[in-house]
Design a protein around this ligand. Structure first.
Ligand code: LLP
Length: 427
């Protein structure tokens, strides 16, 4: 469920008409619903609690929101206020999580290629855990920790070698993907790390992909993870934590429906049985995707006499790259639905390449120049993946709570955009 519903026939976010936001901020603009963010976080939290999946010291399991999905400070603060932690993959993301009020002890630092200075930053900040992905990275974490006179708390990322379906560009759990180490390597490295003065291995972690709509591959991967915990313990090694990553799909209109958080939690509880570990999770999309839309205006309807109709928008692939990059489907809704039979449109942006096509031959209510349209399910991997391609201004972001809204990232000015470049004085 989300909070983008019509009020008197006009699409709104919570209690705010999208047309009011367009008027105040202009388009294109991302709009986020804080109530939806809170709801999705709490649905997962309650599902995990209902199945007895606990965190450290018998408390709640850690839900570390994957900051890569949406890193706006205001969005992170909404989640921080609900008790969320953060899964981060760069110093920048750690800084964002801290700035939004997420305590270091709820921050996980993941990623295949952390630099020495990022590791040092994370250690000084006191993050809860560094998820290491390869042997050289383990050595680097140890070296950096020892140079700081500390021990790095690590979890080893395992690549369970299962195929979770979904788009090839976002699958991560097969042995030929760059992520993590094999089970046998994890066993060897965990034992090695336990005898390393710069490391304190506390657990293992996996993440097999994104927009997963089938529980079976997750169950397979998680049961292999359980086996590894048991083998490590059998060798006398302490395994306190198990981080099961993110990946649970969000319902995108017209796409396979993902399992509910309750089914997901039940599958985990059944797979793990009475394994005594502190659980953590790294969901991004299931929390943020349906909590955001991209609001855009139709610039022209270009009707070819031969028949094809193009709805040319003021939003482009630089604002929402998912359709161009992953052939992703986003539902498109006019803010005010015009009466009349459905029409077939190619919905495109103004950028000078054919890839700047949001969808082809989509049946939509009739559109005219000046109409506002919303791309739904755009709260995850939307604004974070935007760019200035074609020297278009970076898309702004708005957060709604009830009947109030605020610009949480302003649209830059052209002067600010030009000021980013430096022309050397010898030119
Ligand atoms: N943890 C790790 C280690 C990850 O690599 C990811 C996502 C997540 C958690 C969160 O996964 P989620 O719950 O959001 O599925 N840009 C792509 C998605 C890339 C996902 C990368 N990793 C898209 O727009 O579909």
């Amino acid at each position: 469920m989300n909070h983008f519903e019509p009020i008197d026939g006009e699409l709104a976010c919570e209690g705010v008409l999208l047309s009011d936001i367009a008027q105040a901020v202009g388009t294109p603009v991302y709009v986020y619903s804080s109530a939806t963010l809170e709801r999705h976080y709490n649905v997962l939290r309650q599902a995990l609690a209902a199945e007895g999946l606990k965190g450290e010291n018998g408390g709640e399991a850690l839900i570390a929101f994957a900051v890569k999905a949406n890193s706006n400070l205001a969005v992170l603060k909404v989640l921080a206020q609900q008790g969320a932690g953060a899964d981060t993959v760069s110093e920048g993301e750690i800084r964002r999580a801290l700035a939004a009020g997420i305590p270091a002890h709820k921050i996980v630092f993941s990623g295949v290629g952390k630099t020495a200075s990022e590791l040092a930053f994370a250690l000084k900040a006191g993050v809860s855990e560094i998820n290491v992905e390869s042997e050289p990275e383990i050595h680097l974490a140890s070296q950096v920790a020892q140079s700081l006179g500390t021990r790095a708390v690590i979890a080893i990322r395992v690549n369970p070698d299962v195929s979770a379906g979904g788009h090839a560009k976002i699958a991560t759990g097969k042995a030929d993907n760059k992520f993590g180490v094999s089970f046998s390597e994890a066993e060897r490295l965990y034992a090695q790390a336990s005898n390393n003065a710069g490391l304190r291995p506390v657990g293992i972690t996996c993440h097999i992909g994104s927009q997963i709509t089938d529980l079976a591959p997750m169950a397979t991967a998680f049961s292999k993870m359980k086996g590894l915990v048991q083998r490590l313990r059998g060798e006398g090694l302490a395994v306190e934590r198990l981080d099961l990553g993110g990946g649970l799909g969000a319902p995108y209109f017209n796409q396979p429906t993902p399992p509910s958080p309750a089914d997901y939690a039940q599958m985990i509880a059944q797979t793990m049985g009475d394994l005594d570990v502190a659980y953590s999770f790294e969901p991004g999309r299931m929390i943020a995707a349906n909590a955001g839309i991209l609001l855009s205006q139709v610039l022209h309807i270009h009707r070819r006499p031969e028949g094809r109709q193009f709805a040319v928008l003021d939003a482009a692939m630089n604002d929402l790259i998912r359709p161009a990059m992953y052939d992703a489907y986003h539902d498109i809704k006019p803010v005010l639905v015009r009466q009349g039979p459905m029409e077939t449109y190619d919905v495109v942006g103004p950028i000078c390449e054919t890839g700047d096509t949001f969808t082809r031959e989509r049946d939509l209510p009739p559109l005219e120049a000046g109409d506002l349209v919303a791309f739904l399910s755009a709260g995850a991997y939307g604004a974070v993946m935007s760019s200035q391609y074609n020297s278009r201004l970076l898309v702004p972001e708005v957060l709604v709570r009830g009947d109030q809204f605020a610009v949480v990232r302003p649209r830059p000015t052209y002067e600010a955009m030009l000021d980013q470049d430096v022309v050397p004085d010898w030119l």
